[in-house]
Design a binder for this molecule. Sequence first.
Ligand code: ZN
Length: 79
Amino acid sequence: MFRVTLDGIIMVYVVIILCSVFFSWLAAEVFRRGKESRRRKHFVVCAICDQLYEDRSSEELSDCPKCGARNERERVSDI
Ligand SMILES: [Zn+2]
């Protein structure tokens, strides 16, 4: 049998609370990035006129609504 002190109990509670806060934050961050990635998948930047437009089709090439150029779907980079 081991002795349990008040300091030990408080330390265990603090560690449990900090771990739960950390993993909650981590889960929220992963969920937010996944949602952002799914949202950005539908945006295309035209290589000719730099027009940003939304294309919800699943085709690899999409037509720019401004200049009519065919653009490959790629990720929109952060600024
Ligand atoms: Zn264009």
